[in-house]
Write a protein that binds this ligand. Structure first.
Ligand code: GLY
Length: 387
């Protein structure tokens, strides 16, 4: 009788263990363990003049030089892996690939200097407080970015003249992300001008980039002469009127980040409107199609990772549990075998199924360095005790 009772208790507890979802702490530990070995494998395939970008159509590793807009994300992901695991060898790698970006501040740049420097040097300084090593690059880069500000239009320019396009002063929604470099430098050096450039850019973008439902155009072109809007269009989305998933993710992240740095209710309200539209339109599993209005079933894990990080941050600001629930759903899906690499796979990247530039048929259904970066960031934010 006693034996039967023990067997019954054992089978009930085995059943409930198998049935219980993995805790977010365990999921985070599992992903960071994988990330540590994947990223050291990736580093073994590189020297400091090349940075991992994606996979080529033939499955080989695709890398970039330091000028590509994503060159900072490898160092940034290494910093996040160091933040979780505190391994000295990861820290040394992160430092090496961060300092490799230093020449950027001595050459012509576009708005992506924000992505490049904030993900690498910004995280380096945050985690080490080594101002002698990292601070001057942050301020030099922020000053370069602020030089792209046009006070008449009230925005910083994204790209310089491109022969192929008839733009005068193009600004893409992605540029909201680069404001974090300005806000960080403004805090470090007590520079109100940098902060004002960032705030003005965010206000002008709020006025001109959004449709009434809070979906965003990808690109707004301004007149250099009087700052008026010349055109609103897409560049990487399905059509001018569609909702490109990564653009919407940048918008959500950009306004959430500005609300956090600036404590401004207008930015917070904008972030909530964007978030609520996403809650309404995201598919059941939380992973967006690469463009919400494109027929087909191609997902973009990079947009999901950026959103998960932003939703988590927005939950911290608002305490609205719907945002945290969505972030959890997205992170669980991304950490499942459907999206997450196996150890030793994908040349060391973490996430599958991202879309870089569909209209150009470039980087479609592949890993991307920034997807990994925002995925790791989102997990650290979701589990602040892990930081
Ligand atoms: N232009 C940056 C992106 O592809 O999102």
């Amino acid at each position: 009788m006693r034996l039967l009772y023990l067997l019954a208790v054992l089978s009930v507890s085995l059943y409930s263990c198998a049935d219980r979802p993995e805790s977010m702490e365990d999921l985070t530990a599992r992903v960071f363990n994988l990330a540590e070995s994947q990223y050291s494998y990736l580093a073994d395939q590189l020297d400091e003049s090349r940075f991992p970008r994606s996979l080529n159509p033939d499955g080989t590793l695709s890398t970039s030089d330091i000028d590509w807009w994503c060159s900072g994300f490898f160092a940034g992901s290494l910093w996040y892996i160091y933040e979780y695991g505190r391994s000295d060898s990861t820290k040394a790698l992160a430092d090496r690939f961060t300092l490799a970006l230093e020449p950027l501040v001595d050459r012509p740049v576009d708005h992506d200097i924000g992505f490049q420097i904030e993900s690498s040097f910004g995280n380096a300084l945050r985690l080490t407080s080594d101002s002698t090593r990292y601070e001057s690059v942050i301020v030099d880069a922020a000053v370069k970015l602020a030089e792209r500000f046009n006070p008449v239009a009230g925005v910083t320019r994204s790209w310089d003249k491109k022969k192929k396009y008839d733009w005068e002063f193009p600004v893409i929604i992605d540029n909201m992300m680069n404001l974090e470099l300005l806000m960080n430098a403004a805090r470090l050096f007590g520079d109100d001008e940098l902060r004002e450039v960032a705030r003005t850019h965010a206000y002008t973008t709020m006025k001109n980039h959004f449709r009434p439902d809070y979906s965003t155009w990808h690109l707004v072109d301004y007149s250099i002469e009087d700052g008026s809007v010349r055109r609103k269009q897409t560049h990487q989305g399905f059509s001018d009127d569609s909702m490109w998933a990564r653009g919407e993710a940048w918008a959500l992240y950009g306004y959430t980040m500005m609300a956090e740095w600036d404590g401004n209710d207008d930015f917070l309200e904008q972030a909530r409107h964007i978030a609520d539209l996403l809650l309404e339109r995201l598919p059941e599993d939380g992973i967006p199609y690469w463009d919400f209005d494109c027929p087909g079933d191609l997902r973009d894990a990079s947009a999901a990772a950026i959103m998960a990080s932003a939703f988590t941050r927005l939950h911290t600001l608002t305490k609205d549990v719907r945002y945290r629930d969505m972030a959890e759903k997205q992170l669980r899906k991304l950490a499942s075998p459907e999206y997450l690499a196996e150890k030793g796979g994908l040349h060391g990247f973490l996430l599958k199924h991202c879309v870089g530039n569909y209209p150009k048929k470039s980087e479609v259904d592949v890993p991307l360095s920034y997807a990994d970066y925002y995925f790791l960031e989102a997990l650290l934010r979701f589990n602040p005790q892990a930081e």
